[in-house]
Design a protein around this ligand. Sequence first.
Ligand code: ADP
Ligand code: MG
Length: 441
Amino acid sequence: IWKELEESYRKILTVPSFNAWIEQAKPISLIDGQLTIEVPSTLHKEYWEKNLSTKIVETGFKLTGEEITPIFIIQNEQISQQLVEPREEFIIPELTRENSRKALLNPKYTFDTFVIGKGNQMAHAAALVVAEDPGSTYNPLFFYGGVGLGKTHLMHAIGHQMLLNNPNAKVKYVSSETFANDFINSIQNRTSENFRQEYRNVDLLLVDDIQFFADKEGTQEEFFHTFNSLYNDGRQIVLTSDRLPNEIPKLQERLVSRFAWGLSVDITPPDLETRIAILRKKADAERLEIPDDTLSYIAGQIDSNIRELEGALVRVQAYATMNSQDITTSLAADSLKTLRPIGQKNQLSILTIQEEVCDYYHIQLKDLKGKKRVKTIVLPRQIAMYLSRELTDNSLPKIGAEFGGKDHTTVIHSHEKIQQLIENDPSIQKEVGEIKNRLIS
Ligand code: ADP
Ligand code: MG
């Protein structure tokens, strides 16, 4: 019965939908007319119950002549990842292509290229619901999580999929900075009417990284009205941020509460298996020949950020090309050797950092840890504190103590100061970068 069901779902669902709902579900048993199906999350369960279970009853009756009742249970031990088999290419209509371009969507960020795994399963499922049925289920849909985990990718995928289903849909993707700039320009150029037309006359509005709305009063005000207008018209809104709305400093309460009307889903770092699957998919897409153990090795070196994971693959590839060699584990090890291996964060000591900084600036350790207020000492001291905070897991008071018993607020202050300098002063940026490189290589 499950095979039969799969076949009939394959006919009625789009490929990404099939991957999200059917491939992630597992039939467990059929006892006394009760078909138990295991699904990954409550979101999957609700979707099955609401949209997919009539098919089970229908097909079940057709095959057995009996009434089959589906029961959904949620996996507690999440299966991490099911590799999706390559499918025959399907043709994307020209109009869809053109409108995806116009909407500024990255052609590579589709559901097709997105690897589903623990950490993003729920976000992926929610993205799909919204893409297939915009404006009616989760509005707004809010993704949050650390950098390089796929928020922007999923957001673009929603746009692509919606245009695939309806090439005439109006989709608009912007970063929160672009929204803010467009708004400010519209005031300066007295083109507010155009601005409104452009932002309120869409079926899907994607606004990326809204944590940058913090501190922008006027922009928030305008976004509030844009949001209301779209929401009232039943248009879909998708937002991303590095944290939950209520954790974004200076985000107006009324925006926070509106964002809570829909669904917020977090994306967490991928586990090893998912990282391997992502690398495999990338390698296949680029037609690179890489042995499995080498992919595992690379995936084992980079444990948090998918962008860095991709960067590592590029690096290995470049290294292989340069040396005209095949990609093997030892070649990968060579080319990644300057990257900091996992866990080394703990091993780097404050003293090592202090010594390296002293060496770099030709000053004495006792001065670095002392109280002298001359500029030639103060700056290195602050840099050393900054690096201790960035590169070790030591607490602020502990770092303060290692610098001749300074208060933890001094450490915070130094850290902020250097951070600002790095952003604004290229020579400091270079110096800190060089010290850091010495420390982690
Ligand atoms: P974020 O917006 O969360 O910072 P991005 O969406 O920009 O992250 O993702 C960073 C990179 O990692 C992109 O190149 C993206 O294609 C890739 N990526 C992220 N998640 C996945 C995934 N699940 N499968 C395949 N590629 C992914
Ligand atoms: Mg992003």
